[in-house]
Design a protein around this ligand. Sequence first.
Ligand SMILES: [Zn+2]
Length: 283
Amino acid sequence: MSGKRFLTPLRLFTLGLLGVGAIAAGVIALLNTKVDDTPAAAATAGIYGQDVPPATMPEKLLPGYVLLTAHQLALVPEADGFQSPCGTAQGGFVYDAQPFGTPNPARGGKHTGCDINGIGGADTDLGLPVHAAARGLVVYVGEPSPAWGKVVVLAHRLPGENRIIQTLYAHLDKSIARLGQLVGRGATIGTVGTANGNYKAHLHFEAIASICTEAGLPAYVENGTMNRLDPQKLLASHPAPAVPDPYETIRRLRGREAALQQADTPAAELPAGTIPIKPTQFL
Ligand SMILES: [Zn+2]
């Protein structure tokens, strides 16, 4: 009967060898698969291919590259009009130092935005607030290069249309907006700066007729001005109502309410001789 035993030592040894071989083949195949799949995976995971949360977004092609995701597109609010991003809402106390499309042979092209400057000239406008020109969604906050300085990009739905455009605010001293934030028209999103001391303080302001842009491309383009709109024409063709954005008003009231609630909570022990005053008594 022993001759008919299925698992003889020889057969066990052979099966063992086969098993080890199979595992080795599997490991080699897996390694090969990983190597072979890398280019295909990179191609399909491109930013054109899918809508993924920002944390898992593939590396950007360019610094400052902006392509709205489907989720962001759904969130872009409808603007009720556009106002000056600096000075008063009507553009008081500022002027356009270098209008859109101005040829600049030294820089090799035409200006892709307009340079808004304080009427005091030079650096007198350094640190002035930069306002959202319209109600929008913050889709970029960053510094694509030292020459650009801090940049904020907002996306807006044009009033009465389903079309989405973007506005770009560059050379900022401080950027206050947060990525993904909804901002009302007139909300402070940063301050006027010099792009790390590269220029006299001014705001480089662009309007972009697209859901895709690059915050880090040259500000002067030889052949035309890409997908840029004349920001001054945009302000003129879609003027904001002469009242603050109700969205922004509500947001400010909510902020004030929260501050007052905080003030109502018991304060830390005051120094001797201090007369405690509730801020609410002045309202
Ligand atoms: Zn400029």
